[in-house]
Design a protein around this ligand. Structure first.
Ligand SMILES: Nc1ncnc2c1ncn2[C@@H]1O[C@H](COP(=O)(O)OP(=O)(O)O)[C@@H](O)[C@H]1O
Ligand SMILES: [Mg+2]
Length: 378
């Protein structure tokens, strides 16, 4: 393959939208891709859809096929494995996409910016961001370290508390410690008050999470979380806390990041928390208030905390920060998501829309931030 200068050959910047992936949030990412694709102005950008199948293969997915990725009969979409292998190939000025056509490589042209819509491990956790760095590709959103810290609820809480930000009590159970001495791990949990939330440390979409009301349920909940991630985190539950979220966006002019309007999630699901079904298969299980009905001082505190959380992990581009407001009105950070749910109906775009930035403009701003960001250490 020869090096191609995209400014000469292509009139518009070429955006590789990358979605699907090997994590348990494959289907959610496919839904996001179909929303994002519909929002990108084809007069401004050329979009190339790059799907990652459940087995981890990269494939090119045509725009009309992406548009058809939707929930059918309550089931999330899944990418077909039946396609030629696609790949990134490093060139002097960046990277190009190619597909394997029998034993040869067919060139698909350069990538000006990668927009990864992958959720969860091997996508939202710094791994694909590392690939982009190695391949000299500009990309949207958080870098390697911020992605990894944002993904791992244990290290996230360590970094946030070291930065003086409020997080709840927790205990981490790394796999080596569990193998060496499970009794000591269980003993360490005794420092927490029930109810507990037992979670895969690097999960998302509430998959693998159990609310545990007493000690009898603890070991089963740990085993369940370990099916999603060998590393588990156990958190003290906030009882009757309100659950608020806030979007953060980097400022293209280089100023401090901006916080969106604050939203609230009010859950009525059987599990009593914002679980997977309430997130993606909503049948009156959840009310999303955008903006939230909260006092101005609480909203201001949430927005300030969201920006400080974004900065504490060295985030770039975008993030959604989720907090609890306790009964005694303390605001506690639950988590930061560096690739939040991103369909048009997801909280992050809804919060920005309520803040005066409609979905297509949000997508445009993120692509622009990615295109303008230098490659390499910054
Ligand atoms: N410490 C906690 N106290 C009360 N509710 C919690 C706590 N941790 C999680 N939850 C509930 O579980 C949901 C999912 O947990 P979260 O940590 O956000 O995982 P995920 O990364 O999968 O979204 C939250 O939205 C909230 O409803
Ligand atoms: Mg969450």
């Amino acid at each position: 393959m020869t090096d191609v200068d995209s400014s000469q050959m292509y009139a518009r910047p070429r955006v590789a939208v990358i979605f699907g992936g090997v994590s348990s949030e494959h289907g959610v990412s496919c839904l996001t891709a179909s929303g994002v694709l519909a929002a990108i102005d084809p007069n401004r950008y050329d979009v190339i859809g790059v799907g990652i199948t459940r087995s981890g293969r990269w494939v090119i997915v045509e725009s009309d096929a992406i548009a058809k990725l939707e929930v059918t009969d309550g089931r999330l979409p899944e990418l077909s494995e039946d396609a030629a292998d696609a790949m990134l190939v490093r060139s002097a000025g960046g990277s190009e996409l190619a597909v394997r056509s029998q034993s040869a490589l067919a060139q698909l042209g350069p990538v000006d910016v990668a927009f990864s819509l992958l959720h969860g491990p091997f996508g939202e956790d710094g791994t694909i961001q590392g690939l982009f760095e190695m391949m000299g590709v500009r990309y949207v959103g958080a870098g390697v370290l911020a992605s990894a810290v944002g993904m791992d609820k244990h290290f996230m809480k360590l970094v946030l508390s070291a930065s003086g930000l409020p997080v709840g009590p927790f205990v981490a159970i790394p796999p080596a410690e569990w193998r060496r001495d499970p009794a000591a791990c269980l003993e360490s949990v005794a420092a927490l008050d029930y109810p507990l939330y037992v979670k895969p440390a690097r999960g998302g979409s509430s998959l693998g999470i159990t609310k545990v009301d007493d000690q009898a349920g603890l070991e089963a909940a740990i085993a369940f979380a370990q099916r999603y991630d060998p590393k588990v985190i156990i958190e003290q539950g906030f009882v009757d806390a309100r659950e608020l979220e806030c979007g953060v966006l980097a400022d293209p002019a280089g100023g401090r990041p901006e916080a969106s309007q604050v939203a609230e999630i009010r859950v009525h699901s059987e599990s009593g928390f914002y679980d997977f079904d309430a997130k993606y298969l909503p049948e009156e299980q959840v009310d999303l208030d955008v903006p939230a009905e909260v006092d101005g001082d609480i909203a201001a505190e949430v927005r300030d905390l969201a920006v400080r959380t974004f900065e504490a992990i060295g985030c770039e581009g975008l993030a959604r920060v989720d907090v609890f407001v306790t009964r005694d009105r303390r605001v506690i950070v639950n988590e930061i998501n560096t690739m939040p749910g991103f369909t048009e109906h997801s909280m992050f775009p809804q919060m920005w829309s309520a803040s005066g930035l409609p979905y297509p403009d949000l997508v445009e701003r993120l692509i622009r931030l990615g295109l303008e960001r230098p490659v390499g250490l910054r």
